[in-house]
Design a protein around this ligand. Structure first.
Ligand code: GLU
Length: 440
């Protein structure tokens, strides 16, 4: 059975970059009728925070990316310790004592000599006595996995045939000196134990994948299918890493981006299929095909989310937003009209509150001098409230006859006087929503 997982570390909020990972894994599982696991990679007790665990769940729920079960690595430490023991028995695990500074120095020397900065395995040559002495002096060492120096190959669902020379990679540290199990080991154990069949993650994990394939094999297991999606860049191709902090899902939500707009963009961006506004997540799942994604970095522009959001809102039925409209304080009697008039004129739902304030309290326009007399005369000629669908046409034709103004010169100052804005819904539609007469 197809099983995928989204495996965030709860050390921050989900942003557009890791949303792609979540979404692709979700869609693969749902399309196949399989299982989607939310795996919290929280083996780092210092950096992992419960607030982020809650926030990750909230953000996924906001998008409708529901999971079948949650797993937490912090509750599975025994399994990782057992796997480490097995690697030790199989002589694929060794303790190393270099300090970060020493490792840095080694790397610099290698680079100066034009060699790749790969760990030199000096720790393998230590005698038992030397190891004991180092442990007494420096405490527990780190535990490294002894890579087999062969080519590691797999067919990547996005990148195609991959072949990595294990000799070009340092033996990965799987357990820190303080005993903390690191991601690579925990992930390998979990992917195997949970029967994960497909792993999609960012292309920054390609080298990890090579080492994970070998670790899985050394523990007697095959490996899942892997696919590495490209990383996002800004609209100009600039690195997004520094700006990802401002592209957290919760920021987009606060800015009024609609879930389906975000999902529609992220499900297609970087693929050969065009970005189109979907009507539901199910529709995106049905059309998802990982092989349509390319390896090149994918340009992301948050501005693209707003036209999609607007287009979605234009088609939203009143019933779906009735409670939100009521929460703004719009009276029941005009709530349906308010939504139907506004939905075609807003980019995000947040604009509704401003429009309602205009309807409820009246506008405070600044009328240019040339129009002041005309506006005052027109306001004096307004019929009493409530206005109806005909008020605008009868009022403006009366003012046309009275003043000789026409076209923009007639309509714009009046729109401005009633709404304080130069643009907005059709005035004929808007006038029945106005609750107060403009102040003069
Ligand atoms: N916790 C890892 C990360 O956030 C998971 C990577 C993976 O999917 O294996 O990078």
């Amino acid at each position: 059975m197809t099983t995928t997982r989204f495996a965030p570390s709860p050390t921050g909020y989900i942003h557009v970059g890791n949303l792609r990972t979540a979404l692709f894994n979700f869609m693969i599982a749902r399309k196949a009728g399989g299982t989607f696991i939310l795996r919290i990679d929280d083996t780092d007790p210092e950096r992992s925070k419960e607030t982020y665990v809650d926030a990750i769940k909230q953000d996924l729920e906001w998008l409708g990316l529901t999971w079948d079960r949650v797993e937490r690595q912090s509750e599975r430490l025994d399994l990782y310790v057992a796997a480490a023991e097995e690697l030790r028995e199989k002589k694929r695990f060794y303790e190393a004592f270099e300090t970060p500074t020493e490792l840095d120095l080694k790397r610099k020397k290698q680079l100066n000599m034009g060699k790749p900065p790969v760990y030199d395995r000096a720790a393998l040559a230590l005698s038992d006595a030397e190891r004991d002495a180092l442990r007494a002096e420096r405490g527990q060492g780190v535990w490294r996995f002894l890579l087999d120096h062969e080519r590691i190959e797999w067919t990547d669902g996005i990148l195609g045939a991959q072949s990595i020379d294990a000799a070009s990679v340092s033996d990965p540290v799987l357990i820190r000196g303080d005993g903390q199990v690191l991601y690579t080991l925990a992930s390998v154990v979990d992917d195997t134990d949970m029967g994960v069949t497909h792993v999609v993650r960012g292309s920054d994990h390609v080298t990890n994948t090579a080492t994970q394939i070998q670790i899985m094999a050394s523990l007697g297991h095959g490996h899942p299918e892997f696919a590495h999606h490209s990383l996002l860049t800004g609209p100009q191709g600039e690195a997004l890493s520094k700006r990802l902090g401002t592209l957290a899902l919760r920021d987009l939500r606060e800015n009024g981006v609609e879930p389906i707009a975000l999902l529609s963009l992220m499900a297609r961006l970087g693929s050969s299929q065009p970005v189109e506004l979907a009507t539901s997540l199910d529709e995106l799942v049905a059309g998802f095909d990982i092989s349509t994604f390319g390896a090149a970095p994918t340009k992301f522009d948050a501005e693209d989310l707003y036209p999609l959001t607007a287009r979605h809102l234009h088609g939203v039925a009143y019933a779906e937003v009735a409670s939100e409209i009521a929460a703004l304080g719009v009276p029941d009697a005009i709530a349906l009209r308010f939504w139907e008039v506004m939905r075609a004129n807003i980019t995000t739902k947040q604009e509704l509150a401003d429009w309602w304030a205009i309807c409820r309290d009246g506008a405070t326009p600044e009328i240019v001098e040339d129009d002041q007399e005309f506006v005052a005369q027109a306001l004096a000629a307004l019929p009493p409230l409530p206005f109806d669908e005909n008020t605008w046409s009868s009022w403006t034709s009366e003012m046309k006859d009275a003043t000789g103004r026409k076209g923009r010169a007639l309509f714009m100052p009046l729109r401005h006087a009633l709404t304080g804005r130069k643009r907005g819904p059709e005035m004929a539609d808007l006038m029945p929503l106005l609750q107060v007469l403009p102040k003069d």
